[in-house]
Design a protein around this ligand. Structure first.
Ligand code: PA5
Length: 456
């Protein structure tokens, strides 16, 4: 079974079916029939979430509004990118979790792999570094050693406005700015709750420029909000295209038929493989270094959304598949051995970029006397990359291991927006199928409380 959208986005579930893997490990027609009522209910439940009718800790989950943000906001964000370019040569984004991981995906997937190293490829835009995503002092110290404060803009991102890691980094930065006679107003932009939290108070007290983490947008669903868009705009990413891609995926995700709705279909497949075939590990494996951080982002999305002790009825369920990030081809030389021969408890999701466009390289015909090298000559590197993905999927299939392949036509802002939104919607549907609340994170809050006690 596969779903191909007009954009070229393709979801191929062939190697998750019983025809490919046998009935013990693959999905049979009767499994899909058994889950069809649940899928309909999940679809209806998401319609209510979309309307803002379902509250989690007093807040609705409104990430489905993000593809449709007003053009005035997008223009404001884009203009800030242009403005920053003329005054600053470096931007440092301070944040953690949902206030960091999506920003990193947008940067690594959509900017030149050596963006920070070369001013020509930056096209006048500032370098971008990340901080506040750990309490390890060495990286913050190292960063402060190499940047010129006078030419640096800091973006502090925190929905709550008081998370320990970004707060510590912000305090260090604020102190350094003060000692250099530089102001928060000139050098710091905040992205935080519109009304509450320590960071919002500091913004108001210091007349700092700020953006909002909109009401109803939780950290791991915030990449397409001001949280992710601001750093993308600062590096020249065409942010409207990201939203256009998300919009087209959103429209596909509003089709009630599971065989035409990619996120619902993926969620149903993941749930059947988990509940009926014991595949409780989800390996996300893009075949591209540029999408390495997509795996890290997905880890947070899946783990925090679905890893829950209790279901919505309050019963103890210990729910959720365990996400593992991998990158093809790199991790074929590290994880594939276990994927094929370890316990058969994994679903692999491969991501293929069909066309590498201007980045393509044809392998030249050197050392033709060596048959192994001659075999590569004349082929494009992406041909070899696709062959590696196909070989991995086929080798896993032979060993009755399930995989699903997502193909994106090219890696650009439009198709990345489509992909990110696909995973968000799939996670929302999967939460409904499992009966858990995907929008809270009591397990994260629990350790935060203990840590605050220890520190005080
Ligand atoms: O998804 C989540 O809610 C968390 O991972 C948060 O993003 C993370 O703890 C950072 O929180 P904040 O943005 O409030 O600083």
């Amino acid at each position: 079974m596969n779903i191909k959208l007009n954009s070229g986005f393709n979801l191929d579930t062939t190697f998750a079916m019983a025809e490919s893997l046998g009935a013990n490990d693959g999905i049979e027609k009767r499994d899909l029939e058994e889950y069809s009522l649940l899928a309909d209910q999940a679809f209806e439940a998401i319609k209510s979430v979309r309307k803002g009718d379902i509250l989690s800790h007093g807040e609705p989950a409104l990430f489905m509004n993000l593809p449709y943000q007003e053009s005035a906001l997008i223009e404001k964000l884009s203009s800030i990118g242009e403005r920053t370019k003329s005054r600053f040569d470096t931007v440092v984004a301070i944040g953690i979790g949902g206030s960091y991981l999506g920003n990193k995906v947008l940067f690594e997937a959509l900017r030149h792999p050596y963006y920070n190293e070369d001013s020509c490829v930056r096209n006048g835009y500032p370098r971008l570094f990340f901080a506040g995503n750990n309490l390890d002092p060495s990286h913050l110290k190292g960063l402060l050693d190499v940047i010129d404060l006078k030419k640096t803009k800091f973006i502090v991102i925190s929905k709550s406005g008081g998370t320990t890691e970004p707060s510590a980094a912000f305090l260090v930065v604020a102190d350094r700015l003060k000692k250099s006679n530089l102001t928060l107003k000139d050098h710091v932009i905040a992205v935080t709750d519109p009304d509450k939290g320590i960071l919002r108070t500091i913004v108001n007290q210091n007349q700092m420029e700020s953006f909002n983490v909109p009401h109803g947008i939780g950290g791991r669903f915030s990449v397409l909000s001001e949280v992710g868009l601001i750093t993308a705009a600062m590096t020249g990413v065409p942010i409207q295209e990201l939203l256009d891609g998300a919009k087209s995926m959103d429209q596909a995700c509003q089709i009630p038929d599971v065989e035409k709705n990619p996120a619902l279909m993926y969620a149903v497949f993941c749930t059947i493989l988990y509940k009926k075939k014991g595949k409780n590990i989800s390996v996300i494996m893009p075949y591209s270094n540029s999408l390495k951080s997509l795996g890290e982002w997905y880890v947070q999305l899946l783990a925090e959304s679905l890893g829950k002790e209790k279901n919505k009825a309050g019963e103890v369920v210990y729910e959720g598949r365990t996400p593992i990030p991998a990158v093809g081809t790199t991790d074929m030389h590290a994880q594939t051995q276990q994927h094929r021969e370890g316990a058969n408890i994994r679903l692999l999701t491969f991501i293929r970029i069909k066309d590498f466009k201007d980045s393509e390289i044809i392998i030249p015909d050197q050392f033709q006397e060596h048959a192994k090298l001659a075999q590569l000559s004349g082929k494009s590197m992406s041909q070899a990359l696709h062959a590696a993905l196909d070989a991995n999927a086929e080798s896993l299939r032979e060993a009755h291991r399930s995989s699903i392949t997502i193909e994106m036509p090219v890696l650009n802002a439009y198709h990345l927006g489509e992909l990110l939104y696909f995973f968000e919607m799939a996670t929302a549907f999967e939460g409904e199928l499992l009966g858990v609340n995907p929008y809270d994170q009591p397990g994260v809050e629990a350790y935060k409380k203990i840590m605050t006690k220890i520190l005080s």
